[in-house]
Design a protein around this ligand. Structure first.
Ligand code: NAD
Ligand code: TYD
Length: 352
């Protein structure tokens, strides 16, 4: 039995489904179901007794401690977070609350549980913290990619709150001996991605005939990894990672935002051509830049490749095609996540 937090979000839901496709080890999935949490993403697991969903907050020590005592997991994987940079600019408090304070409370609950485990279970227990490359800050065009020893230089309230949580996780290993592992991954894309992030937003807006908003000049660079490759990296680190270590996970796939948007548009032109013959890229619109916009992220994934033998299975070309096709095939999922709260967000973010 393992615990997953934030398993109704984009990466967490993909992880839960992927895990249960690979083996029968049960999962307790604890998610607060914020705007980003969506049980519909897990509908394929309805009636599957290997998956137990609990609506709850990682900061609720009473609930988490009760669940830990009851289910006796061999690992806790922490995906739960506020995850959107733009939202962190408009309202940083929730980020401090969940990413910093919530992770702290979760660590405390887990430490209390772990302290009481018998010797074998105690040695084998793992706390795996899912983090981001954004904690390292921004690179110039020519700087080498982020390695695990790159200094932390977070620039947004989101990345600062994730950096703080990474430090807390690290300290629980050094101070209390809690068997922790941390992964720092680049930008993910794929099915079940909430359409406030660049790739799903562009797909959804293109199909709706809306503008495709590019912040600034669109020359900012991100490294993109297909979500199931992130999931396989997490499984591998859980299985064989060295305690207390951090592992950078990336796709060796740096692309400028504008190029990403053009790629998505070209795929849509091929897979869902517009009846009037117009190209989707005509909908591209340059809008105000994000404040403090990081110029470039790039991941040096040599450590996880060398030490744990992990490699991504998808190239960007295969992954982005699958992603666009998934959104075309799952329009109902999209419609259902575009709730009132989502519409309010779009109005707030794109009308300033
Ligand atoms: P997401 O926003 O899609 O999902 C987050 C999930 O956490 C949601 O289901 C939400 O309901 C839940 N949640 C939020 N606050 C909670 C709380 N206090 N208690 C319990 N559950 C809570 O995010 P994601 O993109 O799936 O990211 C998952 C993790 O991976 C995050 O920690 C994020 O920092 C990290 N990460 C994301 C990316 C990316 O590209 N999306 C890349 C690297 C790392
Ligand atoms: P995003 O998907 O929000 O991920 P992150 O900020 O964590 O990297 O954004 C990816 C890149 O795309 C980032 O450089 C900001 C940019 N972007 C736009 O140009 N327009 C948009 O509407 C969004 C949401 C993002």
């Amino acid at each position: 039995m393992i615990f997953v937090t934030g398993g109704a979000g984009f990466i967490g839901a993909n992880f839960v489904m992927d895990w249960l496709r690979q083996n029968d080890e049960h999962i307790v999935n604890i998610d607060a179901l914020t705007y980003a949490g969506n049980l519909e993403s897990l509908s394929s697991l309805q009636g599957d007794t290997r998956h137990i969903f609990v609506k709850g907050d990682i900061g609720d020590t009473t609930l988490i401690s009760k669940l830990l005592e009851k289910h006796q997991p061999r690992a806790v994987l922490n995906f739960a977070a506020e995850s959107h940079v733009d939202r962190s600019i408009h309202g940083p408090e929730a980020f401090v609350q969940t990413n910093v304070v919530g992770t702290f409370h979760l660590l405390e609950s887990v430490r209390t549980y772990w302290d009481k485990l018998k010797e074998g279970s105690k040695t084998n227990f793992r706390f795996l913290h899912v983090s981001t490359d954004e904690v390292y800050g921004s690179l110039t065009k020519d700087e080498p990619a982020f390695s695990e020893t790159h200094r932390y230089e977070p620039n947004s309230p989101y990345s600062a709150s994730k950096a703080a949580s990474d430090h807390l996780v690290r300290s629980y290993h050094h101070t209390y001996g809690l068997p922790v592992l941390t992964t720092n991954c680049s930008n993910n894309y794929g099915p079940y991605h909430f359409p406030e992030k660049l790739i799903p937003l562009v797909i959804v807006n293109a199909l709706a005939g809306k503008i495709l908003p590019i912040y600034g000049d669109g020359q900012q660079i991100r490294d993109w990894l297909f979500v199931t490759d992130h999931c396989s990296a997490i499984r591998r680190v859980l299985e064989a990672g060295t305690l207390g270590e951090t592992y950078n996970v990336g796709g060796w796939n740096e692309k400028a935002n504008l190029d990403i948007v053009h790629t998505v548009c070209a795929l849509l032109d091929e897979l869902r051509p517009q009846q009037d013959g117009n190209k989707y890229c005509k909908q591209i619109a340059f809008v105000a830049d994000r404040p403090g916009h990081d110029q470039r992220y790039a991941i040096d994934a040599q450590k996880i490749e060398r030490e744990l033998g992990w490699k991504p299975a998808e190239t960007f070309e295969t992954g982005i095609r699958k992603t666009v096709q998934w959104y075309l095939d799952n329009q109902e999922w999209v419609t259902n996540v575009q709730s009132g709260a989502y519409r309010e967000w779009v109005e707030k973010n794109y009308t300033v």
